[in-house]
Every structure is written in C-alpha cells, then in structure tokens.
Design a protein. Sequence first.
Length: 285
Amino acid sequence: MSRPKHVLITGCSSGIGQALALEFAQKGFNVIATGRNAESIEELRTRHKNITPLFVDVQKPESISALKDEVKKLTNGRLDFLVNNAGVHYASTALDLKPEKVREVFEVNLIAVMQMCQAFADFLMAAKGVIVQIGSVTRAVPMVWQGPYNASKAALSQYTKTMRLELEPFGVRVVEVVTGYVQSKILRNGLQAPPTSLYLPIKGHIEKLKNQGNRNGMPANQYARFVVERVTRPNPSREIWAGARAHTLWFIVTWLPLWMQFFIWNRTFGLGRLRPGDLKRKDGI
C-alpha cells in the first residue's frame, strides 16, 4: 500500500493559491494550505476533506519554523510538493518607487521563498519531492509600471535555476511555472504615481491594459488544473508556461531579436506618448 502524498502551498488566502489547493486535493493529495488570512484559508477546509489550513507569515522566520513543526506532525517528515505561491504586487514606475515597498516585494517574492525552501529541504529530500515556484512572465517581459515586481520575479527565476542544479543530486526536482495572465486579486491594486510623475500621460493607458489582462486572464481553476496535471507527471518539465498569452510572450522573448522586442513593448505600453517637454511636470516649472 502506497503512502499518502503531501503538498504544502503558500499564499492560499485567495486566487491561484486557493485554486491550486483545491486541485491537488481533488487529485487525492493531502494538502496543507497556508496563508496569513486565517478566515480565508479556514474556509478551504469546508470545501474539501483533504485540505488542512495552517497559518504562516512567510516574512517571519519564526512563523516558518512553527509551520515546519506542524507539517512534520502531519507528514511524518516527508513532503512530496512544496508550492511557493505567496506573492505581493507593487505597481510603480522605476522613478516613482518607494524603497520600503520594494523591500516588501523582495521580502515576500524572493527571500521568503528562499527561507521556505531552506526550511523544508530535508522533508523534500526524504520524499524525493518537487519544489514548484510560481513565477511570472515578467521575469523576461519588461511590464511598464511594475519594475520592482518584474525584478523580483527575474531574481526568483535565477535563484530557481541555481537551486535546481544544487538539489538535483539529492533527488529533489525544481519546477518554475512561468505565469501569464490569470484572473487574480493581485492585479487589482491601482497604479502608484505622485502628481509630479513623468508618466502621468500614459497612466490611464497602462491601467486599461492591466484591467484587460486581468479580465481576459485564464480563470484560476483552469490554470490550477493545467499546472497540477503537469507538475505531478513522473518527470515534470523544468519550466511550465501557463496562463493566458504565456506562450505568445514565450515566443517573443525567446525568438525575436531585442530591437524587435523593444519596438513591441514601446508600442504596447504607449511610451511614444511621452515627450521631453514632460520634464517640466517633474520639475514643477
């Protein structure tokens, strides 16, 4: 008789995290669904008997340590999947950003992932498990007005590649899910810009693109079905591009020369509307 398989997922308070928890549970896995919103993750327990909700604040090492103690009791120290999904978004241009907000983005989107992988590595080695990093197409696509988020996902991608090499000798596989447009609350926050911003002329256009991307994104449950089916294969791909427009963007960043990519992004984001005369707004002249 085979032992039950266990999945630990972060960021299950809403959206992609909830959908992944439900999909893994429906596939017969025992799911430990974690998040900071206790009420939201507790609700998952009522939706499937295979889901155990646990609180964690991934920004606090002591919270991760307490989570590890609970997970050990539930799994007997063997973890088949660690899904690092928790993330935060910050919509600001490179010139208007607030350093404290950028630090939070990197704390959650990168450093917390490092700490989770470090904490649960021994459980994953014991089970010859899989680490699933929920990344983003913004690791390669310079989405305007979200430079800090783009940078955090690019850093996560490079960290994932390195960790893949380091953990492979110990039987742990590492998969990066390069996520395109998915309907999620993470993109509902408005664009940040002071009244002196050079980029106010295109703010409305970028807001429209963002809202269209969320509205036309892949439903979270469909995304979860696609991802879970692929990461649970006996030999999963090292990278999985998932979500609306993911494969179109993959083609652009993989096959088109940089000058053509720059032309596409410039046209898409309406940067031609910006003029040197707009510098007067920044200087208050």
